[in-house]
Design a binder for this molecule. Structure first.
Ligand SMILES: Cc1ncc(COP(=O)(O)O)c(C=O)c1O
Length: 364
């Protein structure tokens, strides 16, 4: 199996393939908050093991209320799922698009799910020459009358580029007028700087064909919990997705942890301050390098392009993994070639280790 065909954070596969102990891998590929699980969530699990002796609330009333408060929307607009993955899949199955546009390069699950549902996919290219920033006018032209779904990841995985609320509003107006559903994946939104307004949640009431998906795996460092949520003001869509889903797909631990994490404002503040600080530090350092182009990011990961043609991203991957440093060789994403690498922000000492090693490989 080629390593870049597996999900970013799959340290089990890497450990088996390379014979490295999982504990010795520094995962710069999984995009998970390095501060780890909030202490409040850890305490909730330890103090309440008996929650699993009962079923979770099948309607998740309290969990949805906590998410509503956290995101600033109405709890009627919220649906919860087994990771954002279940909601991406549930929404796509519900809309069952014949032809969808995915703003690309992007996370691969959207395309897989649309094609599994029998739809066809048109990729809309984020241009390298435009630093992967979305060109609204060009996108609107690509949204022809035969398109019934648009998918945007914001901030985008793997480029880190983003769409502002204003830009999203313009795109959504166009989509609404043309009967096109829009799914915006905001998995990485909480890592963005406080002063950039990029979430589409404030637009949810106005645009009925908008479905926003969000997760807890990355920001709250709990991919194993499998808790995600969707936001949509069309009650009919929410109810159709719920009908297709198995009941209780969010288990009692996830229900409990969700109610806890969404009220942990201290953890939220600490993570945002930490990520902003490290992101600025790494950006300042890597922007000085001559042999890479670093792309601006509003997420907890960076994408860069090697400007040397005597070395490839897969060679760098191989070189780093021997030291237990797992980065994402991004060459399998559409439109990115053999020279793109993505890595996420970990703790300062780990980031320094990676940067020193990269410097020795690329700049020296
Ligand atoms: C953009 C994006 N969306 C969704 C997911 C899946 O997240 P979850 O764990 O919430 O299912 C990922 C995981 O890497 C991702 O990068």
């Amino acid at each position: 199996m080629k390593v870049n065909n597996i999900h970013g954070g799959d340290t089990d596969v890497v450990s088996r393939l390379y014979g490295i102990d999982k504990a010795d891998i520094k995962n710069f590929s999984g995009n998970v908050n390095p501060l780890g699980l909030p202490q409040s969530v850890r305490d909730a699990i330890i103090n309440n093991p008996d929650v699993i002796t009962g079923y979770p609330d099948v309607s998740y009333v309290e969990l949805r209320a906590a998410i509503a408060e956290y995101t600033g929307t109405d709890s009627e607009n919220i649906i919860v799922g087994n990771g954002s993955t279940e909601l991406i899949s549930g929404f796509i199955k519900t809309v069952s698009p014949k032809k969808a546009v995915i703003v690309s390069p992007a996370y691969s699950e959207y395309q897989r799910e649309i094609e599994l549902t029998g739809g066809s996919v048109v990729l809309f290219e984020l241009e390298e020459s435009e630093d992967f920033k979305l060109n609204t006018d060009k996108l609107k032209k690509a949204l022809t009358s035969d398109i019934d779904l648009l998918v945007i990841c914001n901030p985008n995985n793997p480029t880190g580029s983003y769409v502002s609320e204003e830009q999203a509003s313009e795109i959504l107006t166009h989509c609404e007028q043309n009967g096109i559903y829009t799914m915006i994946d905001e998995t990485y939104i909480e890592f963005a700087d406080e002063d950039v307004k990029i979430s589409a949640v404030p637009l949810a009431d106005k645009f009925k064909k908008l479905f926003i998906t969000r997760g807890t795996s990355k920001f709250f460092a709990c991919p194993g919990l499998r808790l995600g949520y969707g936001i949509c003001s069309d009650k009919d869509i929410i109810s159709k997705i719920n009908t297709k889903k198995d009941p209780w797909s969010v288990n009692s631990f996830a229900e409990l942890c969700g109610k806890t994490m969404f009220t942990d404002t201290e953890f939220e503040k600490k993570t945002k301050a930490f990520i902003t600080g490290e992101r600025n530090k790494i950006k300042t350092e890597l922007s000085k390098w001559k042999n890479i182009k670093l792309y601006d990011t509003q997420s907890n990961f960076f994408l860069f392009k090697l400007l040397r043609d005597d070395i490839t991203s897969s060679q760098i991957f191989e070189n780093l993994i021997r030291d237990g440093l797992l980065v994402r060789d991004a060459s399998d994403f559409p439109y990115l070639g053999e020279s793109f690498i993505r890595f996420c922000i970990l703790l300062p000492e780990d980031n320094s280790r990676l940067i020193n090693k990269l410097y020795n490989i690329i700049e020296k």
